[in-house]
Structures are given as C-alpha cells and as structure tokens.
Design a protein around this ligand. Structure first.
Ligand code: NAI
Length: 258
C-alpha cells in the first residue's frame, strides 16, 4: 500500500514569511518541492535552465494565489547563480531556505565514459550545488538563520553500474553537506541532504520496464516513491521541527538501501 498522498498534510502557515529558492523546479521533484513550500506558506523562487519550463511551474502556482518568482539560470554557471541570488534578494530581501535540487545524468559504463559527460555531471550536480550554497551563505549569515537542503541520491551511498559520474557527484554532495554544516552551525544555519531512492519522474521514466520490475523487488515498501515523498521531507527539514538537525542525510527510498 502506498501511504503517501499528494495532498499537503502540513499547516498552511508552517513556513509563512519565509523565502525559498528551489533549483531545477521546471518539473519532477523540484516542481513538487516548490508546490509544497508554497502550500506551507513560503514565497518561492523557482529556477531552471529554460525560462519556458520554469515560467510554467511559476504560472500554475501563481494562478492558485501563491507568491512565486521564476528565474532562468544554469546553476553550472557561476554568473547565473550570482544573478539568481541577487534577483531573489531584490524581490524578497532575504533567503531563508535553499533547496539544491537541479541535477542531470549521463549514464554509461566507466570504460566508455567521455570526459565531457563526466565534467557536465560533476559541474551541474556538485559544482552547481556548491555555487548556490556558497552564494547564499552571506545573506544567511547576515540574518543569522537559514536552511540548506541538498538533493543527493542513494546512488551516492551505494554506487551503481553505469553511473560513475552521477554516483561521484551525489556522494560529493554528502561531503559538501557535512562540511558546510560544520562551518556554519554557529551561525544558525542547518545543512542537510536527502537521498531519494527510485522516484517516478521524467528522469526515471527512461529506465526499461523490465529493470524497473527488478528494482521493485529490492524495495521493502513495494512501490516507487513520488516527488511529494521528497517534497514532504524538504518541508520538514525547512520547518522549526527540524531545528536541531544538521549534517544529516535522509533516505527517502522505501527501505531500498539499509
Ligand atoms: P528531472 O530531470 O525530472 O528534473 C531536473 C530539473 O533540474 C529540471 O527542472 C531541469 O531543467 C533542472 N536542471 C538540470 N540541469 C540544470 C542546471 N544546470 N541548472 C538549472 N536547472 C537544471 O529530475 P528529477 O527526477 O526531478 O530529479 C531531481 C533531483 O533529484 C536531481 O538532483 C536528481 O539527481 C535527484 N534524484 C532523483 C531520483 C529519481 O528517482 N527521480 C532519485 C534520486 C535523486
């Protein structure tokens, strides 16, 4: 039985007055995170590479009365990240929550892996996460509070055939999370990671059905996760209920890896 629900069970004012940035929010997990943050009262800046995709996410949330601002930014480009943070501060004056969600895959066996594919995956998933994190630290330190939530993957914990670059980047995010948590703990900022298992999105739709069935056998809860499963964990970590949690990695994987 799937115990998850698309309906928001958190209070609608849980994050009221907070400003959040969600990277990679044009679809999938990022779009679900943006929606949940809106549903719990936050004002949200959604970012992705294409303005069209991210405007679609923003417009559908705005139609429901939420405060959302769309920014086209490639997190792999330092100048784009600087502009994203600047634009957020201009529109909302502070940044309370950063969700580093944007990510890509370029899967192939290590023996066949091209340098440019390795570099692209590391540059977006790991360096992009570092750029966004480094850039929000100054405003968060100034306001003496902040929540940084990094989307890693269980693949960063256990590795996977054909995913050397992705596994390395996602493992790197866990190291970055712990280090940042140690560096800014005294400044009232918490930094945590979420390691989703198999979540049904466009990214996983490409996996052949036969392989998906094999994966299901490895999941004690016997179903794939939904973007809302991840979004709910983000909201918890962004809330006051998680005020004493930092440097941790939360698996949202139906028990797949333990
Ligand atoms: P997706 O491919 O459906 O969406 C990724 C989003 O990131 C899109 O909005 C895309 O435009 C954006 N993006 C990609 N590169 C970007 C860049 N350089 N700058 C700005 N935005 C960029 O992926 P999905 O499935 O929603 O995954 C979201 C995150 O969750 C990723 O970090 C992924 O690695 C992670 N994840 C996903 C799992 C899954 O089963 N779907 C499992 C574990 C982790």
């Amino acid at each position: 039985m799937n115990t998850t629900t698309e309906e928001c069970i958190f209070k609608s004012d849980m994050l009221s007055g907070k400003t959040a940035i969600v990277t990679g929010a044009s679809r999938g997990i990022g779009a679900a995170i943006a929606r949940r943050l809106c549903e719990t009262g936050a004002q949200v800046v959604v970012c992705s590479r294409s303005l069209e995709g991210v405007t679609q996410t923003a417009d559908s949330l705005k139609d429901e009365g939420y405060t959302v601002h769309a920014v086209a930014a490639d997190i792999a480009q330092k100048a784009d990240v600087e502009r994203l943070i600047e634009e957020t501060l201009t529109n909302f004056t502070q940044i309370d929550i950063l969700v580093n969600n944007a990510g890509i895959t370029r899967d192939t066996l290590l023996m066949r892996l091209k340098d440019e594919d390795w570099e692209a995956v590391l540059q977006t998933n790991l360096t992009g996460t570092m750029y966004c994190t480094r850039e929000v630290l100054r405003p968060m330190i100034r306001q003496k509070s902040g929540r940084i939530i990094n989307i890693s993957s269980v693949i960063g914990l256990i590795g996977n055939v054909g995913q050397a670059s992705y596994a390395a980047a996602k493992a790197g995010i866990i190291g970055l999370t712990k280090t940042t948590a140690k560096e800014v703990g005294t400044r009232g900022i918490t930094v945590n990671a979420i390691a989703p298992g198999f979540i049904t999105t466009d990214m996983t739709a490409e996996i052949p059905e036969e392989f998906q069935n094999k994966l299901l056998e490895l999941i004690p809860l016997q179903n794939f996760g939904t973007p809302e499963d991840v979004a709910d964990t983000v909201c918890f970590l962004a809330s006051t209920a998680a005020g004493y949690i930092t440097g941790q990695t939360f698996q949202v994987d139906g028990g797949m890896v333990m």
